[in-house]
Design a protein around this ligand. Structure first.
Ligand code: AMP
Length: 289
């Protein structure tokens, strides 16, 4: 269902001018923030946005402030032409594609931090990551002023932090969290999956299999978080190339570990295969967020 016109804006001035015009004729605006190199996970967010607003803006920006000094900023996969084509085919209306200077004037001195939530789980090994995410998302909200914004459940901690930022700072935007899109073998789609070599790629679906087993355990009545965590660990360790960073069973409200599994409890994992860090998560008791 291809739309004829997909507009690409590189500057804040230009996209603001266009969006002001659209807003003045009553159009509602949805934002899908991304770092590009699209896969079906990203495109599913465009679908969700289209159902919930008139104009879909996809932002495409590999945000340097969310990468640590030894992370993969330089080699992060990029292919703007392909992304542009895929976004167009999927019915996006506008791509916002700024460069780093446009987003970060020099010197850049102001950051948004959601305390506590940004220091646990992925925040332990990536201490500045979520500060970068909340800062760039706050900037995107101010630039685009969307009515809704769509994020993927794939990055559960990110979605929870952004909801908290929006609540705490009164951003007038509704956050929608869309389900995880997976490959046929269960591996959660990610731009970083392209880093995996064929042996690593073959073993990576162990993550989702272990999480599925955990759900089955809970369905059979096992509510002790430690036992479920142990089972997930044992499963993942059967893959020789897997190196577990964390497996945590937490409460969705405050990301604190729980002893007993209850509605609102989910399990989040980070597992390395070689130089690639993969994350995944599932609700342990089926409940809408
Ligand atoms: P990224 O480009 O990796 O920053 O991701 C942009 C958005 O796409 C974020 O809201 C992610 O949570 C979401 N996303 C990434 N992978 C998936 C996936 N497999 N399923 C659903 N959403 C995803």
């Amino acid at each position: 269902m291809e739309k004829k016109h997909l507009k690409v804006y590189n500057t804040i001035y230009d996209i603001r001018k266009e969006l002001a015009l659209l807003r003045s004729v009553g159009k509602t605006i949805g934002l899908v923030p991304t770092m590009g190199y699209f896969h079906e996970g990203h495109l599913s967010l465009i679908d969700v946005a289209r159902k919930n607003c008139d104009i879909v803006v996809v932002s495409l920006f590999v945000n340097p402030t969310q990468f640590g000094p030894n992370e993969d900023l330089a080699k992060y996969p990029r292919d703007f032409e392909r992304d542009e084509r895929l976004a167009k085919e999927r019915g996006a209306d506008i791509i916002f594609y700024p460069d780093t200077r446009e987003m970060y004037p020099d010197p850049f001195l102001t950051y948004v931090v959601t305390e506590k939530l940004s220091g646990v789980l992925c925040g332990e090994s990536r201490p500045i990551h979520f500060r970068g995410v909340t800062t760039v998302v706050a900037k995107l909200f101010n630039i685009v002023q969307p009515d809704i914004a769509v994020f993927g459940r794939k990055d559960a901690q990110q979605a929870i932090i952004i909801k908290k930022m929006v609540a705490d700072l009164n951003f007038p935007v509704e956050i929608i969290v869309a389900p995880i899109i997976r490959e046929a073998d269960g591996l959660a789609m990610s731009s970083r999956n392209t880093y995996l070599n064929s042996k690593e790629r073959k073993q990576a679906p162990i993550i989702y299999r272990a999480l599925q087993k955990a759900i089955e355990m809970v369905q059979r009545g096992e509510l002790d978080a430690e036992s479920v965590e142990r089972s997930i660990r044992q499963q993942i360790e059967t893959a020789p190339l897997a190196r577990i960073e964390y497996i945590e069973i937490v409460n969705e409200k405050n990301l604190e570990p729980v002893k007993t599994i209850e509605p609102g409890t989910f399990v989040a994992v980070a597992v390395w295969f070689g130089k690639t860090r993969l994350i995944d998560n599932v609700d342990l008791i089926d409940l809408e967020w």
